[in-house]
Design a protein around this ligand. Structure first.
Ligand code: ZN
Ligand code: ZN
Ligand code: ZN
Length: 347
């Protein structure tokens, strides 16, 4: 804070708060706010009915009841700062009230500072994410052997994946994308009522949380036998994924991962069908810094954790994506997901 000239950091809902305190606030109409000034103990203001959930920490816990004015209480704890950094996910209903109650301050998003800390995971964080990735891999292996695809809807199969995600060790299942046939060409397809059939490509992208940290993995299967182009496109994406992972090393820019993965796909004439960046950082959020995207010249550093997930999406026909989570280490990529990347045939 002193380096950045910030007088006070204010964190409400979002992942910065649990990162620094171990406490995850419920996103509700009642205000939660951690106030950190350069000197003195931080103050964590919570609704009275949430106080019992707050673990002990190096802050003064202040609770407010339904007849108190929490904005007023935060303003008093803050004093008269010149520069305020406020958590990115703070609701505008609170932010606007706080800006009125703390006049004359200059405001910026907290992530300008906090992302610099969160972007490098320590050993304990990496082990949590490894546990999450291994649980996701086990869920995938069981899906291949136990889940019936043909004759069932995407939604039914998504429910199976969510169940396997938890059974194999996640605290919760967080998201499940099952896109079959032409729906696989929509990267974030919402599993629906389409019934899968022989000859379908199925993109399965899912994740859950372990100790607050996310897994996120994608494999693309074929229901029975698929056509020649499906097989070729899948092999191309698999190669792009491999090349993308092979670039990972400290001192290399994030955009290089995207460029190399993309060059494989573009070289085969499918460039305009790779419609998203190659990857995103992951941790307490599914998507966080650093992003593997053209224009991001951030140098990779040991401890950065992110996805490598090239894809090809042919509208109205089919799509393929293959996603792994990797850790940048001194010696290159430590790939957390090890599940078979090939075009596995499911029933
Ligand atoms: Zn995505
Ligand atoms: Zn994913
Ligand atoms: Zn992802």
């Amino acid at each position: 804070m002193s380096e950045a000239g910030i007088d006070v950091v204010m964190l409400s809902v979002g992942s910065d708060l649990p990162y620094f305190t171990g406490y995850e606030a419920m996103a509700s109409e009642r205000l939660t706010m951690l106030v950190v000034r350069q000197t003195g103990d931080p103050v964590l203001l919570v609704p009275a009915l949430e106080a019992a959930r707050v673990p002990p920490g190096p802050f003064d816990l202040l609770s407010w009841g339904d007849t108190d004015d929490p904005v007023e209480m935060v303003a008093r704890a803050v004093g008269h700062p010149q520069k305020v950094a406020v958590g990115d996910h703070t609701w505008s209903t609170f932010l606007l009230a706080l800006q009125g109650a703390i006049p004359g301050a200059e405001w910026q998003v907290a992530s300008e500072m906090t992302s610099q800390l969160r972007i490098r995971k320590d050993a304990a964080e990496v082990e949590m994410m490894r546990a999450a990735a291994e649980a996701a891999d086990r869920a995938l292996a069981r899906a291949v052997s136990e889940v019936r695809f043909a004759g069932r809807t995407e939604r039914q199969v998504a429910r199976d994946f969510a169940l396997l995600t938890v059974e194999e060790g996640h605290d919760v299942a967080a998201f499940t994308i099952i896109g079959s046939g032409p729906n696989s060409a929509s990267p974030h397809h919402e599993p629906g009522l389409r019934v899968m059939q022989e000859g379908d490509i199925v993109v399965c992208d899912f994740g859950g949380r372990v100790g607050g940290y996310f897994s996120d993995v994608t494999r693309t299967f074929s229901v029975g036998e698929v056509g020649k182009e499906e097989t070729e496109v899948h092999a191309l994406v698999e190669e792009a994924n491999r090349v993308g992972r092979s670039v990972v090393a400290p001192g290399v820019t994030c955009q290089e991962v995207d460029r190399w993965a993309r060059s494989v796909i573009a070289g085969a004439g499918y460039g305009r069908f790779f419609i998203h960046r190659t990857g995103h950082g992951i941790g307490l959020e599914v998507h966080e810094h650093p992003y593997m995207v053209e224009g991001n010249d951030t140098l990779m550093q040991p401890g950065m954790v992110f996805s490598v997930e090239p894809g090809i999406y042919l509208p109205g026909r089919f799509g393929v994506r293959i996603e792994d989570i990797v850790v940048c280490t001194e010696t290159g990529a430590d790939v957390l997901n090890k599940a078979d990347r090939g075009l596995v045939i499911v029933a």
